[in-house]
Design a protein around this ligand. Sequence first.
Ligand code: C5P
Length: 233
Amino acid sequence: MLDSKTEVILALDVESRTKAEKILVATGQKLKWVKIGLQTYLRDGPNFLHEISSSGKEIFLDLKLHDIPNTMVKAIESLSDLPIKMLTLHSTAGPEALEKCSIAAKKFLPNTKLLAVTVLTSMNQNNLTSIGVENKIPDQVDRLAKMAIDSNIDGIVCSPLELMRLRPILPDSTTFVTPGIRPAGSATGDQKRVMTPYQAAQAGANFLVIGRPILASSNPEFALSEIQAEIDR
Ligand code: C5P
């Protein structure tokens, strides 16, 4: 994945299905990838995924599974008919859970890459320390990412700030997906470890996950085009 072009994934985190459909129409053919997270999946369910997929989009289902190994494996089994290209798990579920999920995904979701979330991009060092993790953020991300890849997970979700360290220590085939993307001048909100789309693409991200900077724009199609132009610069 190292030399491939960086692609934008729209995080479709909106308050109603009507709004979600409106954004999909507004962004049109410019948008190839859609990320469905808890807000939209819990409300609109699997049927919406089938609808989005039949309109020609690729789907990243961001459920961030985190449970005991058996429950995670059964959750993957329950997703088996869904048209999803990427699915997230929390790496902190540990190596046994990740390895078992990788085996289950080969059987039940053979066309889906599993991605391990490392340290959430909304966390800073104080937040990490407050949950009892003494490591510095970059060391913790390295540790979780290496563990996930050793457990046969296909890709890593991290801040673009951590890509420079991770690229050299993980196989070239690793898919890197980075949230925490903010075009210059846009509000960071709860995101703390951020970079611009250009910086993240330069750092080697395969996919940039972007929500509010596009969703909050009065012209989402234009916001998306600007971001794509910035990446291609
Ligand atoms: O609106 P914004 O661009 O901050 O959206 C980022 C998206 O990426 C959200 O849907 C969030 O759930 C997701 N995400 C994240 N940090 C992670 C993993 C996923 O922000 N580590």
